[in-house]
Each structure stands twice: as C-alpha cells, then as structure tokens.
Design a protein around this ligand. Structure first.
Ligand SMILES: [Zn+2]
Length: 433
C-alpha cells in the first residue's frame, strides 16, 4: 500500500467512525447545552438560500452554520406538510400529513419540548402564523387534525410559558368550537399568571415569567406589509421570548418559526419570500448573538420542507435578477387588494408597489387573470428571474444549520426524525423514540 493510499484508507475509516458514532464519551462533555433555540424557516430550501444571498448581496447569517441536509418525506407521502414534518422533528416519529404530535394510528408521542419541560426547563413558542398553526402545534400538542386549532390552543397553554404570534381567534369564546366552546383562554391564561399583550408596544414593556402575546386574529402580517400594523417583528418576539425564558436557571427550549416564508411560497411571491427570509435571518442573528455570549445554548435552524419548488433563473434566461425585488414594497395579496373592480389601474399598482413599468402585455395579464394575486406575483417573479414549479410543497431535501455546543452532531444527511434525539443528546435529557 502506498503512503498516499494508506492515508486515504485511514481518512475513510475515521470518517466512517465519525458518522457512525458522532458522540463518543470524550465528546459528551463538550456537547452539553442548557438551552436550545430551535428555529424553523417554514418552506425554506436550497433555492431560497441561494436566492436570498443574491437578494442580500452577501452571505446570510445562516450560511456559516451550515451543517447538513434533512429528508422531509412523511409517513404517507413523499411530499410532507408542516404538521407531519414538525411532528417528526418534535417527536421522532413519521406521521401522516395533517396529524399533530401523534403516530398515524393516533398514538400520542411525547415531544422534545415536553421532555425539556419535564426536566424543569422553561418553554416557548414564537411564530408569525397563528400560534396554533401546524409547526408550533406539533411541538406543544397532540391531535388528529391540524384543523382543530381551538383544541390545540389549550394544550399549548399547558405546555409553554411564552406564546407569541397570531391566532387570537382560537383563544376567544366567540370562535372556539367543539369541546372548548364558551371558554375564554386569554382570561384563563391571565388568571394562571400570564402577562397578556396585543401589540408591539405592549410586548416591549411586558414583564414576568409567563407571556401570551396574540397580535392578529389569524396569521400575522407579511413582513412586507408589517409597517401598516402595530405588530412586532419575528426578531422582536424572539428577543422578548429569550429575555423571559432565560430567567429559569434550569434553561429553556424555544421554538421559533418563520412561518410566512411558506405562505410566500404558496403564493409564488418572490419578494414576500425574500423579505420574510430577511426577517427570519434577523431573528437567527439575534439568537446567535445570545448563544455566543451565553456559551450554553445550541441554535438549530432547519426548514420543514420546500414550498413552491422555487428555482434561481428560468424563463430561458441565463441570469437571475434578485435585486429587482428590492423595489417591491408590498405582497401580491396587498397589491391585488388595491386593484379597482375593473382592474384599469393594474399598471399603476405595479409601478407604485413594485417599481415596475409594466408593458401592455403585463397589464393585460393582470386585467384578464382569474387569480390576480398569482398574476401579479408571476410578473414580478419573471422580472427577478425566479421560477416556481408548484403552488404546493415539494419533496426536496432541506438544509440544517447549527451553532453552539453539539453543533457537529448535525453534520451530514439526517432524517427529520433524528433531530429531537440529537437535541436531547445535547441537552442531556432522556428522550426515546
Ligand atoms: Zn411547513
């Protein structure tokens, strides 16, 4: 054997051991963290990451933390939904699309958030969708269908010290259905010690060790439209959640979802996708900053699936022009709402909110469209040379990023069901599949 070959063999053997036994006992001490911030950019996949870099003009805060890739398929489909993906990441079990915190046969499975709570840690949920939506729900409740949001809400109040997001509707008696009818969960929360906040100003002033902030009836506003509201940003919610949770000497588990990257993907709205990725990145930067100073916090960032099948380029062109999106100041939804009944102002709307001098053909596309939102978003995507393959999810692998103690455990290709086990390993808590 030549020396060169010998060194290749040795390297291969070492690499195999590294993959097979990521945490030998010597590593164990250095892979212990007290806190975990688990961040999910919903719908975010490699094309979003590449687009965002071009949009921003430099690397993102996530890029230097890249650890590996994650398979996302659910128990009953190659294309997962958020409920099955989050259930896998929270419980370590694959389930059917639509199911929350249970196996396909309906058995409830403990989540990593619940396991952390049993160890005396504080727990929190932050999202820009309704807080009862699939991703935060799957970490904090167990139910056959993601649609039963008024049965998800009371379970979340039992499992989390901090809840910040949209979804006020599901906590109030007038809209609660089924078993929860006539319950006012906001009042119940207040009586059990939560500080209740409803807007950005109240959030910033809030004190206490338990916090319920519901800033919209359903989903919060897209980041592009947030200036027209008094809603906090994802970064502001994340900062407050960390401030409240860190009071617990035993540590915390915090879930943060950038929910609306997925919403943007469903609408094929490239500007919304980039702007909400930026809002998510700002929350990640804040989490990294906290983890750096704290030294005892693992930050994991992982998408749950791709949405929209975005690609960089397309339309028979050999370039991409993401900077076009810097001139877009509203979502396609918002712009469609500004169209007159006869849509005669289509060109004007594109000029005002997207900085686009529409061609006659583009204006006609909006005037004749069955779906004006998709028509507007289609025109903007084509200008930016961002293409899409679907209004639904796709089955591609997604990236995982990690920072802090134990970050190395996340290297390589994982199944989404591996993630709670790795998090438990870093927290040194008991968690079995
Ligand atoms: Zn999702």
């Amino acid at each position: 054997m030549t020396r060169k070959l010998a060194s290749i063999v040795l390297a291969t053997v070492l690499a195999c051991f590294h993959v097979g036994f990521p945490a030998n006992s010597a590593d164990a001490a250095s892979t212990k963290a007290k806190n975990v911030i688990f961040m999910v950019p919903d719908g975010f996949s490699p094309a979003y990451a590449a687009s965002y870099r071009l949009y921003k003009g430099e690397l993102s805060a996530m890029d230097s933390m890249l650890a590996g890739m994650v398979r996302t398929y659910s128990a009953n489909s190659a294309l997962t939904d958020s409920a099955a993906a989050a259930t896998a990441m929270a419980t370590g079990h694959k389930t059917n699309n639509g199911m929350i915190g249970t196996t396909p046969d309906g058995k409830q499975r403990r989540t990593i958030l619940e396991a952390a709570r049993e160890q005396g840690k504080s727990t929190g949920l932050v999202a820009t969708s309704s807080i009862t939506d699939a991703t935060p729900a799957a970490f904090s409740s167990h139910i056959a269908s993601r649609e039963e949001e008024s049965d998800i809400a009371p379970q979340q109040l039992e499992n989390a010290d901090v809840l910040l997001g949209g979804g006020k509707t599901f906590f109030l008696p007038e809209s609660l259905g089924g078993k929860q009818k006539s319950r006012n969960l906001v009042e119940e929360a207040r009586r059990s010690g939560y500080t209740i906040v409803e807007d950005r100003t109240q959030l910033q002033a809030a004190k206490g060790s338990k916090l319920l902030g519901l800033f919209a009836g359903g989903d919060m506003a897209p980041e592009l439209d947030r200036e027209h509201t008094n809603e906090p940003s994802l970064k502001e919610m994340t900062a407050k959640a960390i401030d409240v949770l860190r009071q617990n000497k035993a540590g915390f588990f915090l879930l943060v979802e950038g929910s609306q990257i997925d919403s943007a993907g469903h609408y094929n709205d490239a500007a919304w996708a980039m702007k909400d990725t930026q809002a998510f990145e700002e929350a990640v930067a804040l989490a990294i900053d906290f983890a750096t100073k704290d030294g005892n916090t693992l930050v994991v960032v992982v998408g749950d699936h791709d949405t929209g099948g975005m690609s960089v380029g397309g339309y028979g062109q050999t370039d991409a022009k993401l900077k076009v999106l810097h001139h877009v100041t509203a979502s396609g939804l918002y712009m469609a709402d500004k169209l007159k009944a006869d849509r005669s102002n289509a060109a004007e709307v594109l000029k005002t909110y997207a900085g686009i001098d529409a061609t006659a053909e583009e204006a006609a596309k909006i005037q004749n469209a069955e779906d004006t939102v998709h028509a507007i978003n289609g025109i903007i995507s084509e200008r930016a040379l961002i293409s899409w393959t679907t209004y639904l999810h796709t089955g591609v692998d997604v990236q995982i990023y990690a920072f802090g103690p134990g970050a190395d455990l996340f290297r390589g290709l994982h199944d989404n069901t591996d993630l709670p086990l790795l998090v438990a390993q870093v927290l040194h808590i008991d968690f079995k599949r």
